[in-house]
Design a protein around this ligand. Structure first.
Ligand code: GLU
Length: 498
């Protein structure tokens, strides 16, 4: 077992303003791995202070995708915990309290500037080639005057008085990053509405929840100096940080939803029949280097290998073909039980219009005896790259007459193929006991009689049994289909071809 670090507490902090992005899933996975590896706590915190964009439906969808991925959390809005509540909208009094403390300590000030004024001054600063920061106007107000204006009902926000000094971050991925004095101006911590800004709520909560390591996307690096300043003002030691490089579109811009690019929502992959293990092992290797050339790592293997210093610094391009390969790999190595469980797909409903393959699988598999279902799934798994393709494969065996694919039709039209099917059907009819082995020796005996072997022998039989040229090994196929179906399909092929 790798060495564990005591006191690890990490968090995943989604904003419920849409669905879970593949980048978010990766961030959640890295946090989960780090927590589990060090026997620490994985906290789920919902950052829903953007009232206009947040919704309960989005929160449910994000949590549902996380559960589907199997990334269980130890503390969170649904399970509670010692540092709750875990939804920021339920923590407003705490932000107010912390902000008042900063105000009383002179680390924050009331700002009466309106949005229009701020905008005009920002434009003027840009035009004059100055950084478009807050110009410090209200910082100069005497606190008693500011208090009197606020008491008189004038709307105000609270701004943090950014200290004029450099801030240095030692990031586990980016190394040492220095933010020179002046990069960050006095920033708002509490809006006039009373709602906290992201940076403030995040720092207050990371401190209150005793977060030891912040593992998040690189796009938040620019926020970090603000959060470091806040920690300093609270008199708290900051957590350690690891800013993970972005997942990219093919043109190396940040991965986003747009035409010609892969889907960014975890739910879209889920609906398309991708399995959580494939998603996670693919996403982990976008950014994490196991230190050798392994291409597929299970959760257990990643738990062994995962360290923050193995996270790469450069962004990785999302490759849908590679993910599909990974999904096929997981399917091809899964047990029948696992395949059946995936088809059930865990908690949560699929979006309308894409549930069909799951329902279809249920319809086809329900009549089968216990054990037969798993055996069947294992038999056909090699032909499917996604779960969505499995019902089609299953239907070939347990549905009605399979449609004949053109190449398979060709092999049945070859001279002598019809006679072969007829002779084999007869021979199989007299088999006292049905088994894959018995089937195999009967084909071989029939082949000898008919002067056929190899492809010439097996291809027409496979075509007659499945309508296809690829699929499970013939003995397995025979077992999966059963004696009656095999004979009926061979007889049918014997009548229709030649
Ligand atoms: N709510 C932020 C987001 O979804 C979290 C940022 C953080 O991890 O600090 O991007």
């Amino acid at each position: 077992m790798p060495q564990t670090q005591p006191g690890v507490r990490v968090r995943f902090a989604p904003s419920p303003t849409g669905w879970l992005h593949v980048g978010g899933a990766r961030t959640a996975y890295f946090n989960w791995l780090f927590a589990r590896r060090h026997a620490g706590a994985f906290v789920l915190r919902v950052e829903d202070t953007d009232e206009a964009r947040s919704s309960g439906a989005s929160e449910r969808a994000v949590l549902d995708d996380l559960r589907w991925l199997g990334l269980s959390w130890d503390e969170g809005p649904d399970v509670g915990g010692p540092h709750g509540p875990y939804r920021q909208s339920e923590r407003l009094p705490l932000y107010r309290e912390r902000a008042d403390e900063l105000l009383a300590a002179g680390r924050a000030f009331r700002c009466f500037c309106t949005d229009d004024e701020l905008d005009q001054r920002r434009q003027a600063a840009l035009a004059a080639g100055r950084p478009p920061h807050y110009d410090g106007r209200c910082r100069a107000l005497a606190p008693a005057d500011a208090e009197a204006r606020a008491c008189g009902g004038e709307p105000s926000s609270l701004r943090f008085a950014a200290p004029a000094r450099d801030w240095t971050l030692r990031d586990h991925v980016r190394g040492e990053v220095t933010f020179p004095a002046g990069v960050v101006g006095d920033f708002v911590i509490l809006r006039s509405s009373g709602l906290p800004t992201y940076n403030f709520a995040c720092a207050v909560d990371d401190a209150a929840m005793r977060i030891s390591h912040v593992i998040r996307a690189e796009e938040h690096l620019a926020n970090t100096p603000r959060q470091l300043m806040l920690y300093d003002a609270f008199g708290e030691a900051p957590p350690q940080f690891a800013h993970v490089a972005l997942i990219l579109n093919r043109d190396r811009t940040k991965m986003s939803k747009r035409a010609g690019e892969a889907a960014v929502a975890v739910g879209d992959w889920r609906a398309a029949g991708y399995v959580p293990e494939a998603m996670l092992s693919y996403l982990a290797l976008l950014g994490f280097h196991p230190g050798d050339d392994r291409e597929v790592l299970t959760r257990e293997e990643l738990l062994e290998a995962f360290t923050l210093d193995r996270l790469g610094r450069s962004g990785s391009v999302f490759d849908a073909a590679k993910l599909q390969w990974m999904n096929a790999h997981w399917l091809h190595h899964a047990s029948g039980e696992q395949l059946a469980a995936w088809l059930e797909s865990g908690p949560g409903a699929l979006p309308v219009g894409v549930a069909d393959w799951r329902a279809e699988a249920r319809r086809l598999l329900a009549p089968l005896a216990p054990g037969a279902r798993e055996q069947l799934l294992e038999g056909v798994r090699g032909n499917a790259a996604t779960l969505a393709e499995l019902p089609g494969e299953v239907a070939v065996l347990v549905g009605g007459e399979p449609a004949l694919e053109p190449e398979a039709a060709g092999s049945l039209e070859a001279p002598g193929a019809r006679e072969l099917c007829a002779a084999l059907a007869d021979a199989l009819g007299s088999l006292a006991q049905w088994s894959g082995e018995g089937f195999k020796s009967t084909i071989q005996a029939t082949g000898r009689q008919q002067g056929r072997k190899g492809r010439e022998l097996f291809m027409p039989v496979r075509a007659a049994l499945t309508g296809r040229t690829h699929g499970p090994e013939l003995p397995l196929l025979a077992e999966l289909l059963g004696q009656d179906r095999c004979i009926a399909r061979l007889q049918d092929a014997a009548r229709h071809t030649g």
